[in-house]
Design a protein around this ligand. Structure first.
Ligand code: ADP
Ligand code: MG
Length: 221
């Protein structure tokens, strides 16, 4: 269960503070998927960062599975984030010098060397995203869509209860984008995770169970 209540975010400026989010609330259960759409600069990425515990709200609270992550001290918070939340970004953030398999295993490195179980999980996820035969390749040897699929596999490694995707198909052609969308939703359903996706794509938004628009820092139905 993801519950955000009365989230506001403002940034200091030399003049009036810049108010990015105003009193945003949402509630999502395991298996739910939500698309957040809205104009550029509306605060979509800011909201995703706050739900992902990467940024603190100015006001309001976030609870994921009954834990308020902002009450945790720093190392606890890092562990919580690593276990509970999977991130997928537009520019995939793969490490170019690591193989595809090693990139998928990055979330396991927080606990030292990856266990046999993590390696099995990584291989299984690569299979499910259709890249089993590319496990030893470097990201530079893959297409954009393939790199995004690696990022999807990596996000799921630790069986997160919450998957956050910020314009995951933004750099891809239409057909590749549709395939990634389908893949992401199938994996999210298989894993019974919550999925929140920020997108400009009407197709991707429509594929999610719920859609909301962020305008002037407020979430509209
Ligand atoms: P979106 O993802 O909807 O395009 P963002 O959440 O990235 O929008 O940004 C919303 C607004 O907040 C923008 O006006 C942006 O310039 C501002 N903003 C984002 N991060 C910061 C920051 N760290 N400091 C100051 N302003 C920021
Ligand atoms: Mg953004």
């Amino acid at each position: 269960m993801l519950v955000a209540t009365g989230i506001s975010k403002s940034y200091p400026t030399p003049g009036e503070p810049l108010q990015v989010l105003r009193d945003v609330s949402l509630r999502l259960a395991a298996g739910d998927s939500l698309a957040i759409v809205g104009p550029s600069g509306a605060g979509k990425s800011t909201l995703l960062q706050i739900l992902g515990t990467l940024d603190e709200p100015t006001e309001g609270t976030v609870q994921l599975n009954d834990v308020d992550p902002f009450q945790l001290e720093e190392t606890e918070l890092a562990r919580f984030r690593n276990r509970q939340i999977g991130f997928i970004f537009q520019d995939h953030h793969l490490l170019p010098q690591l193989t595809v398999l090693e990139n998928v295993l990055i979330p396991a490195l927080a606990n030292g060397r990856p266990s046999a179980e993590s390696k099995e999980r990584a291989a299984d996820l690569l299979q499910r995203v259709g890249l089993a035969s590319r496990a030893t390749h470097l990201p530079g040897e893959l297409s954009g869509g393939e790199r995004e699929r690696v990022a999807v596999a990596r996000a799921l490694l630790n069986r997160p209860s919450l998957i956050l995707a910020d314009e995951p198909t933004g750099n891809l052609d239409r057909r590749t984008a549709d395939a990634i969308t389908e893949l992401l939703l199938r994996l999210q359903q298989d894993e019974n995770a919550i999925l929140v996706t920020v997108t400009h794509s009407p197709t991707l938004a429509a594929a999610m169970a719920k859609q909301q628009t962020l305008i002037d820092g407020q979430l509209q139905a």
